[in-house]
Write a protein that binds this ligand. Sequence first.
Ligand code: AHG
Ligand code: MN
Ligand code: MN
Ligand code: MN
Length: 320
Amino acid sequence: HEADAYRTDLMTITRFVLNEQSKYPESRGDFTILLSNIVLGCKFVCSAVNKGEEQKKLDVLSNDVFVKALVSSGRTSVLVSEEDEEATFVESSKRGKYCVVFDPLDGSSNIDCGVSIGTIFGIYTMEHSDEPTIEDVLKPGNEMVAAGYCMYGSSCMLVLSTGTGVHGFTLDPSLGEFILTHPDIKIPNKGNIYSVNEGNAQNWDGPTTKYVERCKYPKDGSPAKSLRYVGSMVADVHRTLLYGGIFLYPADKKSPNGKLRVLYEVFPMAFLMEQAGGQAFTGKKRALDLVPKKIHERSPIFLGSYDDVEEIKALMVADV
Ligand code: AHG
Ligand code: MN
Ligand code: MN
Ligand code: MN
């Protein structure tokens, strides 16, 4: 196993990214510096979570820490956070070529009961280095150069893709370093778990209802799927990535665009899923092909194992 080779030859996330970036001769370490500031934010939230910080404080605190770490990196120009109505434009003296979209604390309803929560992020580069505009982040997910999440669970794990597969790093608290423990994660082609807030079932559309019905009463004689739903996207997607299966937050009569936000929830997770060999579908098209018009725009999402997403796609297509 590749990870075993690093038992004594510690592959920290910084070393890993430096190795990856050295393939590009023009690389000057900017991405590594940016990422190390994201990592700092994740370590802060991890430590705050472990101290039992309460929800109200933790939301605001996490956002402040990420915004300040990203601005001070000197490598960003535009920041979009779930917690801020407006985008942050970095002052000219501190600007760099990256734009970061993020959900500093995902699964906030789970904070006060100690259930897993997370941070989600996606990274774009600016095409031109003159005055940054909102257009620099209103770009399809397939233009992201990197995406990832950090899960604050029984262990603290950071899962990252820079477009060359998906790699998982576990925080070693005594070292204060994220160490490569899950190299090149691939999602199983088919899984036996479905993950959805079934309390919304009365408001679902036909294809979603049919799909979930099939999870429970398969037509082809295969065993029924198990239901798992944490209610923290990071935790539900993390399990889906490792075990396979499907995570869905569909449209419903009350929320025609679903609940999850395109830029900092749907895109990063869709990016990771595709990089791991899975799929992410909006109900109409490939999630990464969406072009957001607003920074807090929402979209329905169906993501996970390749074959499981194929099934919902077929039902959606048959419906129109
Ligand atoms: P956030 O805590 O960042 O506002 O996001 C909550 C999201 C996401 O984590 C999760 O998948 C979803 O809300 C759960 O929604 P329901 O409670 O409607 O199932
Ligand atoms: Mn969220
Ligand atoms: Mn959030
Ligand atoms: Mn929220």
